[in-house]
Design a protein around this ligand. Structure first.
Ligand code: GLC
Length: 473
């Protein structure tokens, strides 16, 4: 079985969020589970990748891709990392840019080009997949173009397509003139991508893909409801027969406190007592009082309101009435960033605000904190609650999306703390319950070790993907 996995970011090369974690670990996990599978990944050749890998990338060839504005150069490079073959689509105009990966005025055009170039350059890759698996709106046009145009050519006729929704909030919505200027789909097919008087790429991919997956069973149900589906509930419901929710795994080899180079001393559930050293070092590094008896709560998140950060802000002073310390790592809305900086000033030695993103620091924080707070309003899957568990930081989550599928409340003999409603007082109750339990070291450590022992690896979910791929054959 040959699968081409198409993504706009991928750990090991370029990462801004959860999608990169998945793209960087799922293909490997599938091939580990089934030796007969050949899963390869294709990405845009961003400036940052070129800078990092430079001459190590092998040039395979190029062609010109027909776009309404002009014929655009598409170079194809390849590179192998950890046994996975990667392809990169090169076009300096679209991808050699400073600043962030997304948020450019012409993102729609950049990713339309990328999507078309992927389909156009299979011959240069010399890879003829049985399945093309795309992710989120950036690559949705692969499913759409494949269905409308490419399947007509014998070369592509038997290719099936899978589309994964990592977050339905981002749909790739453009005005109708996007078709004339960028997509150039024959008007007779326009109803496939049109929705509510606009172009909606995620809608188009849902309609045209052979299989649609999302990143947890619970989120697959939630998006049948408009509150979660951000306007697409009717489309989801009409296509529910081909929708599956498969929970993400994490790369348990990378996120492993027993081998992680970012932390010292290393530990696992059997040597759990060594975690205390990591906590003391973290407290010192962040300028917090070095005190083993204070419960250290962490948040590692994009600072955005749908992550539930507002709840934390609104109850912050109440939280600080317990014997706790607080560390936040992340960037996002300026208002929220400033709020945490203000709190750090209000509570010297007790609160630390790290307004940055840094994977190495995040692992030190997972290893050094006792409790990990993730009160999301919506969370398709969420990876941090699993990573925190792996490092023995007990998660407190709201029961939504994948958080509900992965964390069970302590009261139900579970592996963390769970509150149901998106309500700051309900969150506060759970934070206090966790902080109180922390004072009973024996019970708390039992819970933390239990959190560590849950298997969040890809092994079960990789098999679910394999089963779904097999059904498409
Ligand atoms: C998105 C979702 C997150 C999920 C990740 C990987 O970032 O918001 O919940 O874990 O994708 O699928």
């Amino acid at each position: 079985m040959k699968i081409l996995y198409v993504a706009s970011e991928c750990k090991g090369f370029i990462a801004t969020g959860g999608l990169a974690e998945v793209a960087g670990s799922l293909p490997k996990a599938i091939m580990k589970k089934r030796r007969s599978y050949d899963v390869r990944v294709v990405l845009p050749l961003y400036k940052q990748i070129k800078e990092k890998f430079g001459n190590e990338l092998v040039y395979l060839g190029h062609k010109y891709v027909n776009m309404p504005r002009e014929n655009c150069y598409a170079g194809v490079f390849t590179y192998e990392l950890d046994g996975v073959k990667y392809y990169f689509i090169d076009n300096e105009y679209f991808f050699k840019r400073d600043g962030s990966l997304y948020g450019h005025f012409d993102d729609g055009e950049r990713f339309a080009f990328f999507s078309k170039a992927v389909l156009e350059t299979l011959d240069i890759m010399d890879f003829y997949p049985n399945i093309i698996h795309t992710n989120d709106w950036h690559t949705a046009l692969v499913n759409i173009y494949l269905d409308i145009y490419y399947k007509k050519h014998s070369y592509y006729t038997n290719i099936k397509s899978v589309f994964t929704i990592h977050n339905i909030e981002y749909q790739g919505v453009y005005g109708l003139d996007f078709n004339k200027n960028v997509m150039s789909i024959d008007p007779k097919y326009l109803s496939i991508v049109e929705y509510n008087g606009a172009i909606n790429l995620v809608k188009g991919a849902i309609v045209t893909a052979d299989l649609v997956t999302t990143v947890s069973p619970n989120y697959a149900n939630e998006i049948k409801n408009d509150f979660f589906a951000c306007g697409l509930a009717s489309i989801i419901n009409k296509n529910a027969h081909k929708l599956r929710g498969i929970i993400n795994g994490i790369d348990v080899n990378f996120y492993n406190p027993k081998t992680d180079k970012a932390i010292c001393p290393k530990y696992d559930a059997k040597t759990f007592e060594k975690k205390a050293k990591n906590k003391a070092k973290l407290q010192k590094m962040l300028g917090l009082e070095v005190n083993p008896d204070t419960c250290l709560i962490s948040i590692i998140s994009r600072l955005a309101s749908h992550k539930g950060i507002d709840l934390v802000i609104s109850r912050f002073h109440d939280i600080m009435r317990s014997n706790v310390q607080f560390v936040v790592l992340g960037t996002g809305d300026k208002y929220l960033e400033n709020k945490f900086c203000e709190f750090a000033g209000n509570y010297p030695g007790r609160v630390s605000a790290c307004i940055t993103f840094n994977n190495e620091l995040s692992r030190k924080i997972y290893a050094g904190s006792d409790v990990f707070l993730m009160p999301s309003k919506m969370e398709p899957c969420g990876l941090s609650q699993m990573i925190a568990s792996r490092y023995g930081a007990v998660p407190i989550v709201r029961a939504t999306g994948g958080l509900k599928d992965t964390i069970i409340d302590y009261g139900d003999d579970g592996n963390g703390f769970v509150f149901q409603d998106f309500n700051s007082f309900h969150m506060l109750d759970k934070v206090r319950q966790a902080a109180d339990l922390y004072q009973n070291k024996e019970e708390f450590n039992k819970l933390a070790k239990k959190a560590m022992s849950v298997d969040f690896s890809w092994m079960v979910s990789a098999l679910s993907y394999i089963n779904e791929y097999e059904k498409l054959k």
